[in-house]
Ligand binder design. Sequence first.
Ligand code: HEM
Length: 273
Amino acid sequence: MATIDAAIAPARPVRRADWLGRSATFCYLAIAAGQLLFVAFILLYYYPPTLTGNFAAWNEKPIITGFVAGDTAGNLFFAVHVLMAAVLTFGGLVQLVPAIRSRWPALHRWNGRLYLVSALTLALGGFWMTWGRGTWLAIGGAIGITLDALLIIGFAALAWQAVRSRRFVDHRRWAIRLFAVASAVWFMRVGYMAWGLATGGAGIGKAMDGPFDLFLAFANSLLPLAVAELYLRADARGTPAARKGVAALLALSGLVILAGSAGAWTMMWGPYI
Ligand code: HEM
């Protein structure tokens, strides 16, 4: 099976299927499984009430600030946010499938544009919900998600700029980095679940203000970004030992993601649909 980078690297040769390639594919499949569960939750829990105007139903599960009577702007921002969340999460997975990239390049291009627009909408809208609407519990969490919004905007601009000037190798790198940080809110949910399963919830505060909350507020974007960076470097010019090391890291990440995603579905999403 081809590695994920073949999906977004038209100018690059097809790679040999070594352990790094196999682990990258495994890690992608684990991410895809977990993100498809997230998309299913959004489509089943948020889409029906949002599309029929029954915004009050958002509050049937614990959230910080969902529907607020009389707050038209805040409710509309929230509505657009949850609708675009499914588009972005599904669209990111589609962008990375090698067969789609090579067989239907027009689909890759249009889905790529939609991905960039939804990433910017979520980042800017989420920024306003955090600081304009005041939706946050702990200041560390608010700053962490703001950093994520800035990274999304920056990487989206760089991925777009690179593809406009036909620098496809650079485009591939920025697109993978963008995927890592645009997946941060999903990583956060999966991270909480994996950590909870492993430790019983050590360091998680009642108001999301414990040491683990603070760590994850920043790690949800910076950790996947660091792993993506290691993968890009090992893949481009890694020694055989480095390639094996990163392959092991990707395999471990895939296992943690599978466990965290199963936990998220069982405890966070499944019970509400
Ligand atoms: C880019 C990918 C993003 C996705 C896929 C996403 C997804 C979601 C989803 C599904 C919800 C509904 C709450 C839930 O059921 O858990 C939500 C709420 C929210 N999001 Fe995002 N989001 C993203 C980015 C952001 C960013 C960058 C920010 C801030 C800068 C942000 C701020 C918020 C806020 C403040 C809420 C309301 C939370 C609450 O009331 O509990 N989001 N997001």
